[in-house]
Design a binder for this molecule. Sequence first.
Ligand SMILES: [Cu+2]
Length: 112
Amino acid sequence: MVIVAVSLVIAAPVVAGGQSASSTSTPDYQGTGVIVGLHPPPSSLHATRPVVVLDHDPIVGLMDEKMSMPFIAASTDLFNGVKPGDRVEFGLKSTPDALLVISLRPLPPRRR
Ligand SMILES: [Cu+2]
């Protein structure tokens, strides 16, 4: 006679690793792309605000085309841990004065 014990493990959802300091607000748009340049202020792109130039893939609901363009970043803190050439996932927040990058997270270099 064989007794089979079935143990049911209910895994608690793991808190996402993206809970960094910059995720205080929810992004309006999310996209992926490659960092072309990181420009802490002051730079030729902006006198007082950090700018990230992204070669971004189409952004659902915002831009249908892949393109290279500058975005103002919410903080230079977002530049920590990323560098030009890195493939990233980013969050955008539409604010009255700018379309702001509020998160910047490295992705594996390969396209999906
Ligand atoms: Cu664009």
